[in-house]
Ligand binder design. Structure first.
Ligand code: SF4
Length: 212
């Protein structure tokens, strides 16, 4: 099977998954695009299921604004060129304080099979973990964001070697990226991503035309 067909098959399995009793469906995933750039988010929010795509609400608006400013790519170009995955694919519900609940360890462990499958199919050369939960999953890093954002790290993840360039979560609940040193580190990370050869390849006009 070619990679696009394999992704489509994986998406059918994802859509049928009901393994986590506390998770709220539907499962959210992007299109089966074959690209060397893999973005890993935390989990969909309450709105993404209705739109049927990841980062479809306020956090997404901020995320796409970052890439528009740093790399000159529109939201649609980004969605057509970067595979958008997540640590968990269903909405975890609200936490006590009113924000979205983080997926728990068992939920992340159950959902990891899908992420591992996507890495195996795509063999990404650039992985972009977004937010602390995704950063921990990809890098195993549990410390402050200042220790990982603004640099590229070589990783071996699910059997694939790639560069990882982390971003903070663009959620409105987080102020990390709006004050120093977060603002400068975010700009540095976005610049590293925009100049990364895999990112440049993913957005090459002939490649996008072929993906359409
Ligand atoms: S979070 Fe992942 S493992 Fe859990 S039900 Fe949703 S798709 Fe399945």
């Amino acid at each position: 099977m070619d990679p696009r067909t394999r992704l489509t098959v994986l998406h059918r399995r994802l859509e049928a998954c009901k393994a986590c009793p506390s998770m709220i469906g539907p499962v959210v995933h992007g299109p089966p695009i074959v690209t060397p750039v893999l973005l890993v988010g935390q989990a969909p929010g309450p709105r993404e299921g209705g739109f049927g795509k990841p980062f479809a609400w306020t956090a997404g608006k901020t995320l796409f604004r970052w890439f528009e400013a740093a790399a000159g790519v529109s939201e649609q170009e980004f969605r057509d060129s970067v595979y958008m995955s997540a640590v968990a694919r269903c909405f975890p519900g609200k936490a006590g304080g009113g924000g979205d609940r983080k997926p728990d360890r068992d939920e992340m462990a159950r959902c990891q099979q899908f992420l591992a499958g996507e890495v195996d199919i795509l063999q990404p050369r650039l992985v972009i973990p977004v937010g602390g939960v995704a950063i921990e999953q990809v890098l195993g890093h549990k410390g402050p964001l200042v220790e990982v954002i603004g640099e590229a790290r070589r990783i071996r993840w699910h059997g694939v070697e790639a560069d990882a360039i982390c971003l903070p979560h663009p959620s409105g609940a987080s102020t990390w990226h709006r004050v120093e040193p977060g603002r400068t580190l975010l700009a540095r990370a976005l610049d590293l991503i925009a100049r990364h050869p895999a990112f440049v390849t993913a957005f090459a006009p002939n490649r996008r035309a072929g993906a359409a």
